[in-house]
Design a protein around this ligand. Structure first.
Ligand SMILES: Cc1cc2nc3c(=O)[nH]c(=O)nc-3n(C[C@H](O)[C@H](O)[C@H](O)COP(=O)(O)O)c2cc1C
Length: 331
């Protein structure tokens, strides 16, 4: 029976336990998206807590894909030096670290990027305000290369791997969602078409990773809005992602904040993660206001998930992993 503090090996990546800090935008970057001393301080505090894995907040892979002021960037080689410093600091505290790579697509505000947002179709995402323009096929193909270049930079910076952001209504989740993707070409029309860009990105990124590096994918497994992606389609997507090279599925949900009303109950996304785990063989990460060590241990023991992500609790109480170990009687 697996336990929360048991190690887990995913390809060549050995994690000392199954506690994960999920990606959380700190808005501490410079205007150019560079790492700052505030990042180092923020992450070193959490890396020294005994946590097994830190997933660095979503980093924009191109200037047009930036979502907010202060967001970290991975769109240019000049950013590698700062990212390397961040990686080295986290490694020296004994935690593993990967980086989430993202393009905000239709949710990249023009006041941040200076250009009209672009996504699969000219539909305003839920809780959003700007009309995006549909990307051309040539632009979609170029986006795959932006993910590839971001991966090369992540490797150069020394990250243990990358997580592709395919949740929360950003570009790849916009393509997968029938709510935001109403294209009639190969990148739309059916679930196969809506999956095409996410799968192309997975295949291309996977080729750049060293052989034993596990590829993580954050999958929005339910859009929580009428006309959006359902769990049933997400299960199919998870299987296709696995077949295309994804080694860990990090399950989340909602687009642009849909379903926010449910985000307070402990384990709110665990049923989604459990249902994804039922249809894949790769390890699954579950999340959702998890604040009790015993609860987290129970969902690993019951094999509902393989790893547990602790989000806001890691912001308010960076000592949480150590306290959880004491509570569970682990040294
Ligand atoms: C301040 C903040 C920033 C976030 N930024 C990201 C992000 O960059 N990428 C991402 O996939 N999720 C992001 N999230 C979602 C978290 O990774 C996590 O899934 C969510 O907070 C639920 O976990 P919790 O209930 O334990 O906080 C963010 C959440 C918060 C609170």
């Amino acid at each position: 029976m697996p336990r929360l503090f048991d190690p887990i090996k995913i390809n060549g990546l050995l994690l000392k336990n199954r506690l994960v800090m999920p990606p959380m935008n700190t808005r501490k970057a410079t205007e150019d998206g560079e790492v700052t001393d505030q990042h180092i301080e923020h992450y070193v505090t959490r890396a020294s807590s005994g946590i097994g894995l830190i997933i660095i907040e979503h980093c924009y892979i191109s200037k047009e894909g930036k979502g907010s002021a202060g967001q970290l960037g991975i769109y240019d080689d000049k950013l590698i030096t700062g990212l390397k410093r961040l990686v080295n600091t986290i490694h020296s505290e004994g935690a593993k670290v990967i980086v989430q790579i993202n393009h905000c697509g239709a949710q990249a505000p023009s006041k941040i990027t200076g250009v009209q947002p672009a996504g699969p179709w000219n539909i305003i995402p839920p809780n959003w305000h700007e009309i995006p323009r549909p990307l051309t096929i040539a632009e979609v193909e170029a986006l795959v290369q932006d993910f590839v270049k971001a991966t090369d930079r992540a490797i150069a910076a020394g990250f243990d791997s990358v997580e592709i952001h395919g949740a929360h209504g950003y570009l790849l989740s916009q393509f997968l969602s029938p709510f935001t993707n109403q294209r009639r070409d190969i990148y739309g029309s059916s679930i196969e078409g809506r999956l095409l860009l996410p799968l192309e990105v997975v295949v291309a990124v996977k080729k750049r990773l060293k052989q034993d590096m596990p590829l993580f994918y954050r999958l929005g497994a339910d859009d929580l809005i009428e006309g959006g992606l359902s769990l049933k389609e997400a299960q199919l997507a998870a299987q296709r992602l696995e077949r295309s090279g994804v080694n860990v599925i990090d399950v989340s949900g909602g687009i642009g904040g849909t379903g926010r009303d449910h985000f307070s109950k402990q384990g709110y996304f665990i049923p989604l993660a459990e249902n994804i785990k039922k249809v894949v063989k790769v390890p699954v990460i579950g999340v959702g206001n998890i604040t009790e060590a015993n609860y987290a241990d129970s969902i690993v023991r019951d094999e509902k998930v393989d790893m547990v992500a602790f989000g806001r609790i890691m912001l308010t109480n960076p000592e949480f992993p150590r306290q959880a170990a004491i509570e569970l009687g682990i040294e």
